[in-house]
Design a protein. Structure first.
Length: 164
């Protein structure tokens, strides 16, 4: 059975927009990130990306019409156990509040390249980060570098994958 994995931050949830609104730029800092998780519970407060509902609606139609599994594959961004657990719980809470779709599984890795562990000839990743997409493809999976402003490309790539 084919399996589609979808990233959260940058695909479903607007992490960058929230970070920029709070800090004025996207200059990432581990200490700020840690505080964002522990004090601000950042992953529960993110807005949806502008095309989140379009993508989820499309995936709903795909799942309804094709024998395919659709799962979350997201990075916690940290290997620190306590912090990682907080990120995962916050992301699960965000999904419950914002997405009306039953995913086949929720998968969380510690860093971007680890997503390649899920790559098979029957798997497809929707992700906005080249550091996730490239290792996934190199490991034998298929993937699309998702951009909200180029949703038609993402949908076309999903179609090409499910029709193989």
């Amino acid at each position: 059975m084919k399996h589609i994995y979808i990233d959260m931050d940058g695909v479903l949830a607007d992490f960058a927009g929230y970070w920029i609104a709070k800090h004025g730029s996207y200059d990432f800092c581990r200490d700020k990130f840690k505080l964002f998780i522990e004090k601000d519970k950042v992953f529960t407060k993110l807005n949806k990306t502008s095309k989140c509902d379009v993508l989820v609606g499309y995936l709903y139609a795909v799942k309804k019409n094709f024998p395919v599994k659709i799962s979350i594959l997201s990075s916690s961004g940290t290997k620190r156990t306590k912090l990682r657990e907080q990120v995962i719980e916050q992301k699960k809470e965000w999904l419950t509040k914002n997405i009306d779709f039953e995913f086949d599984s929720l998968n969380f890795v510690t860093c971007k390249p680890e997503k390649a562990i899920y790559a098979t000839k029957d798997s497809f990743l929707i992700d906005d980060m080249p550091g996730c997409v490239e290792p996934f493809i190199k490991a034998g999976g298929s993937a699309v570098l998702h951009r909200d402003d180029d949703m038609l490309n993402t949908l076309a790539q999903i179609n090409a994958f499910i029709e193989l």
